[in-house]
Design a protein around this ligand. Sequence first.
Ligand code: ANZ
Ligand code: ZN
Length: 804
Amino acid sequence: MNKYDHKPIEKKWQDKWEEAGVFHASNTDMHKPKYYALVEFPYPSGQGLHVGHPRSYTALDIVARKRRLQGYNVLYPIGWDAFGLPTENYAIKNHVHPAIVTEKNIARFKQQLQSLGISFDWSREINTTDPDYYKWTQWIFLQLFKHGLAYKKEMSVNWCTSCKCVLANEEVVEGVCERCGSEVVHKVKSQWMLKITEYAQRLIDDLELVDYPERVKAQQRNWIGRSTGAEVDFSTTTGDKLTIYTTRPDTLYGATYMVISPEHPMIEKWADRIQNMDEVRDYQAEAAKKSDFERTEVAKEKTGVRLDGVMAINPVNEKEIPIFISDYVLVSYGTGAIMAVPGHDTRDWDFAKKFGLPIIEVVKGGDVEKEAFTDCATGIMVNSGILDGLTVEEAKKKIIAFLEEKGIGHAKVNFKLRDWVFSRQRYWGEPIPIVYCEKCGYVPLPESELPLRLPDVKSYEPTDNGESPLAHMTDWVNTTCPHCGGPAKRETDTMPQWAGSSWYFLRYMDPHNDQALASPEALKYWSPVDWYNGGMEHTTLHLLYSRFWHKFLYDIHVVPTPEPYAKRTSHGMILGENGEKMSKSRGNVVNPDDIVNEYGADTMRLYEMFIGDFEKAAPWSTSSIKGCRRFVERYWNLQGIVCEDEGIRAKLETPFHKTIKKVTEDIENLKFNTAIAALMTLLNDITAEGSITREELRIFTLLLNPFAPHVTEEVWNVMNFGSMVCEQEWPSYDEAKCTEDTVEIAVQINGKVRARLRIAANLAKDDVFAAVKADEKVAAEIAGKNIVKEIYVPGKLVNIVAKG
Ligand code: ANZ
Ligand code: ZN
């Protein structure tokens, strides 16, 4: 037997798999059950793969490999989400075309991924910057446009002063650009918008149809931000009406002033009557500089200007109340105007204190002189006329009925979700396939003219006036109107990076189709994605956007299911050895190439799966990699102790059946670490025997294969077990043979698990306690203490409460 040498073995099997095409999904074997495993495709950055990527890819590779052995036609694809700012910024700095940078980065990523032995179907590789791909991104945009879901609008947008680019709200994090950290200001620009708000309710409702972690569903719901309340009309001394949105119509009697947003259109209408218009204009200018985040931060000092010369009238008690403008009221939410109830809303309370406005208690239960009382579950209405004595919930119903009867208000559902700003003033994105004609307006390109290719430009720098570099290409910009044949101009904005990733999982189903984004047969067979894994950072926006596009495609009968992903999971981050986030500046980055080179891909894969609970963050540990390497070597050495016996020996029957069951189930439940631990235990049981039978080695090899695919192929080959492991059948187990006569129990002392012991399953209670107390760790814990309570949950747990 040779010494284990990972390098030649790994290269050999990677080549053989590729040659034999064993991981190709089949679009013709449609009688077989299908399984579609998906990982978020990477952005091919200049840094190459980091150790976080393999955590996701290896996990679903294990699932994919196991499902293949279980007889499924498995689709496990990969591609490149390659448009985007970092590449463009690099291209600007280094004067190379972004396409060249992209190609280079992809080649590196691909080589790295292949060195890990991930069973991707490389024949289905896609690239969002390939015109054959973005042709269909553009096609989807045209369908959205034709259905009135893409429209152009003048609007105040978030403008990154450094990227010189419009950002979606979600790309502004704590007031700065998510990508470059620079200041974000407001700017009025004409933008392409997608009407995602039309799908708000369905995006909430259909979360019922999918298997996502509860926290991910909650993120989706919070982002959409559905609230129920009422719209109420306040009349004013000018004879106009001012409509407000409130989630607390029950507090109407406590409204002592109103606040409208500095951008509210009524201000212009009242400009002649407002006596302090100069002050108002100054305030408007200041507010325009701030991000929505800054403006609505609860803790910030409240500012505002009272409109002198106009008053509003509270409709329930006819009292005149002042109107303010303040930046904490946003123009884009509700009606851009609020009734302020300082007794029961924290921001209103702060504002009222600062401006010396009256505070009226209308819900009993707090002390409104000290702070706003915001709890609405327990309070009872006071100082509220017809509502006195009611609970908040009762009061809401009653006041809405009252307002509806008077014709001055009605119940209203609102969403925080805004339409999606879909234009970017950048070069490296999909061109938007629309032309502007003076006569005909915005005209879609005929579908036959897709893809609309991105032309070559000399400079990728965005222009200072905020136009895309494409605007300089007059030859390209000037065109004819597809509708009237007259002169027209092409749209020079491009799509955001979110576009290509909003539908890529569909393209994998039929990646070379030039008639449709994928054939109806392929879509029907492969949809939905059975299991989608990716980072926690994508569980809000990417998930929401792709669900939106998918629902739209469902409505126009392109895709067969209302939801794209049946199940979604997220892996935890891999941290540096010091427990901090891996980053260049912290100097704690581990390069996967080095690990593969030194220990081998199989060890790297095992290690990444063994590192801890898949869904939690885990620090890197070099010593623990060595442990995984030793495990691979010990497995390799089994070849040297093969004996003449046949089958599975009686003594190992239970361990084998139990392990098959455990590995089979753990893989499906994201418990890769405990599956590996079970294989390690089984290996110990085998080596304790001093020998292994061919059948035992055969089964062990099958079980280990999804985790360590190269070394298992080699052993299989050396042992002459027949073609490749990846073409075999997953072992089955007999439930009756899975239970042993011993069980492992956890020992809890004062609520903390202090030890785990293996005891005979039928041990009597008293003997269990005796055995537990004889354990060293337990003995140390309870030494000198008084045992107050002892509980035994048979086969599982001993619980000891000890005092002193
Ligand atoms: C009166 C009131 C009394 C309110 C009270 C709250 C508590 P959510 O729940 O987030 O949807 N609001 C309405 N439009 C606003 C805007 N454009 N900018 C800033 N704030 C706005 O928030 C709804 C509540 O936020 C509304 O209910 C309104 O204040 C405020 F004891 O009205 B409320
Ligand atoms: Zn025209």
